[in-house]
Design a protein around this ligand. Structure first.
Ligand code: GLA
Length: 408
């Protein structure tokens, strides 16, 4: 009877079995080229920003020199547009020889020599989204090639694959092929994103196959894009939250802080919400030239600690009121992260009074908790009891982020 009870509790609370490759026990942190550098292959006219080996070497240099690695950002990842348009005589993928004259293995070696990890991009279908060779029919061969090159992460896109059963089989086969190489390769999928328009994805299978998975549209460098991703995630949280946990994460796409489209308040919002959502923290920005305020925010140790909390429980939206969205994320400790987003893009800063007793996880303050405000500014707010109230003052499209930690 006791066993049955444990089983029942586990079925409702424990995340389903993750892909058993020992990777992504906390959300992946690193840098990925796509949002900022797209498919820029024009190295003649734009040598500093085109997709070529030098770009990744410079990012790797900056990752180490500018404190990113120390803060936890570890992976330097190539996205689309790196390959040659044809496979070689043996059918192997090869890099564009003009833009990657030293070859991918040498680039991976360089990135490893800096103490970093190296990610590459492929596609489950016949072509990548930008029209380069896809892996359909070549899963085993490509997995072997990636392993030989020293790849540590594969982002596997889902373009040019319209049959949903083949899409599913393709993602599973590549997962197996990666495992069979014997090299630890983190597997980042886009399987549910491509499946949603046709049918509801099987998240149990996805979690058993991938280390993280994109669910929704590509992120753009704009507040409306961030809002649409966050709102989609909140709408589907009943499906998404239970499947996240150590080894497998929902991926709301890249962090775009440090680019052109977000105000500082909006950058705070993206950072806070990605930490609450237990999202991979893959930045897409120019690490060679970044505004110090964005850099400080991306490297904020208190926010990173929420993101990387070992409990690995994804946060969720608690409710909406008066143009504010309220989120919480249970943390180890026990502790609780709370985020309040001011969704009103009108007027000035507005106050949000939060009564502790109204939070679903109010128990963290029973009998008392210690409150640390992290955003918009760091402040120790002292000790609160269950009947306590917090007041945050939040700019339009900004977010207040705080942790509540139980005092015994
Ligand atoms: C898709 C993906 C993006 C990016 C591009 C590359 O749109 O969702 O993240 O990889 O393809 O072409």
């Amino acid at each position: 009877m006791i066993y049955l009870l444990v089983l029942l509790v586990c079925v409702s609370v424990c995340p389903v079995q993750a892909l058993d490759n020992g990777l992504a026990l906390t959300p992946t942190m690193g840098w990925l080229h796509w949002e900022r550098f797209l498919c820029n292959t024009d190295c003649e006219n734009d040598p500093d920003n085109c997709i070529r080996e030098k770009l990744y070497m410079q990012m790797a240099d900056a990752m180490v020199a500018e404190g990113w690695l120390e803060a936890g950002y570890e992976y330097v990842c190539i996205d689309d547009c790196w390959p040659h348009h044809q496979r070689d005589a043996q059918g192997r993928l090869q890099a564009d020889p003009k833009r990657f004259p030293s070859g991918i293995k040498k680039l991976a070696d360089y990135i490893h020599s800096k103490g970093l990890k190296f990610g590459i991009y492929g596609d489950v279908g016949s072509m990548t989204c930008a029209g380069y060779p896809g892996s359909l029919g070549f899963y085993e061969q490509d997995a072997k090639t990636f392993a030989e090159w020293g790849v540590d992460l594969l982002k596997f896109d889902g373009c040019y694959m319209n049959d949903m059963d083949m899409l599913e089989a393709g993602y599973k086969n590549m997962s197996k092929a990666l495992n069979q190489t014997g090299r630890s390769i983190l597997y980042s999928c886009e399987w549910p994103l491509y499946e949603w328009p046709h049918r509801q994805p099987n998240y149990t299978a996805i979690r058993q196959t991938c280390n993280h998975w994109r669910n929704y549209n590509d992120v753009y460098d704009s507040w409306s894009s961030i809002q649409s991703i966050v709102d989609w995630t909140a709408t589907h949280q009943k499906i998404l939250v239970p499947v996240a946990g150590p080894g497998g994460w929902n991926d709301p796409d890249m962090l775009v802080l440090g680019n052109f489209g977000l105000t500082h308040d909006q950058q705070q919002s993206q950072m806070a919400l990605w930490a609450i959502m237990a999202a991979p923290l893959l930045m897409s920005n120019d690490l060679r030239d970044m505004c110090p305020k964005s850099k400080a925010l991306l490297q904020n140790r208190r926010i990173i600690a929420i993101s990387q909390d070992p409990l690995g429980q994804q946060g969720y939206q608690v409710g909406k009121a008066f143009g504010f969205d309220l989120w919480e994320r249970p943390l180890s400790g026990p502790s609780l992260a709370v985020a309040v987003v001011n969704r009103q893009e009108l007027g000035g800063p507005r106050a949000f009074p939060l009564a502790i007793a109204t939070l679903p996880s109010w128990q963290v303050c029973d009998p008392k908790c210690n409150v640390t405000q992290i955003l918009p500014t760091y402040q120790e707010l002292g000790v609160l009891a269950l009947d306590g109230k917090l007041v945050f003052k939040i700019n339009p499209s900004g977010t207040a982020l705080a942790t509540l930690t139980r005092i015994k």
